[in-house]
Design a protein around this ligand. Structure first.
Ligand code: SF4
Length: 226
């Protein structure tokens, strides 16, 4: 692994702490259980959280928010139940794989006893779980610290002049490795950071950023150069 400079790590830490300070991220991923977080992480793929929360409410009212109940729900019924989240046939298949994975892994408690790297590799073997979904589950359902290098995060890192991950398949991994090597934070700190990055990307650091309203403007490379 490349040697990490203290200044480099300090600049990243300061930028992340500054972003968290700008947003209220308390209870940012609301969920009644670890399994509900896992379900939400699958349902949120390619859609907005407002659609996901509707689908989760339907699942809750139908008593489907457990691995056993979900595994016993037919594909047709599950497709109907989660329709507010969109791509329902694809996501129903993924939710069935998720429920099967949890059950075959011995349940949530057994999974929670496994080391993070092992757990991540396990999730990545499940149908429909990519790196971003696996890391979201690790962070929010299992309280395992680690950077969630989604597209919002990579855009913010690049604009702030902290790290340019580039495009393509390896971009997620490059950004995650960069931050994880420099930010030795706890799970709650990483959860707050992810919440702040999402809120920042949605409210200000959009594809066309509203830099004039952004408190990070005075130190942002994008703002300085545009
Ligand atoms: S100044 Fe503009 S580009 Fe920089 S972080 Fe803020 S919104 Fe994003």
């Amino acid at each position: 692994m490349a040697r990490v400079g203290a200044t480099d790590a300090e600049a990243l830490r300061e930028a992340c702490a500054g972003l968290i300070a700008d947003y209220d991220t308390v209870g940012w991923w609301p969920a009644g259980s670890a399994f509900e977080v896992m379900v939400g992480a699958v349902l949120v793929q390619n859609t907005r959280w407002t659609n996901v929360s509707q689908a989760i409410e339907v699942l809750r009212h139908s008593d489907r928010l457990s691995p056993q109940a979900l595994a016993q729900t037919s594909a047709a019924q599950l497709t109907t139940l989660i329709s507010p989240a969109g791509c329902q046939r694809i996501k129903a298949r993924r939710l069935h794989a998720l429920a099967d994975g949890v059950l075959q892994g011995g349940g949530l408690q057994a999974l929670a006893g496994r080391p993070t790297a092992d757990l991540r590799a396990e999730f990545l073997r499940w149908h429909g779980i990519g790196e971003e979904t696996a890391d979201a589950i690790l962070l929010f359902a299992f309280d395992r610290p680690g950077f969630l290098a989604d597209a919002y995060a990579r855009r913010w890192l690049a604009r702030r002049g902290l790290f340019e991950a580039g495009e393509g398949a390896g971009a997620y991994r490059r950004a995650k490795d960069f931050v994880d090597a420099r930010l030795d934070w706890s799970a709650p700190e990483h959860q707050a950071l992810h919440g702040a990055i999402v809120l920042h990307a949605q409210q200000l650091c959009r594809p066309r950023p509203l830099c004039e309203k952004c408190r990070q403007g005075i130190i942002c490379s994008y703002k300085t150069n545009n």
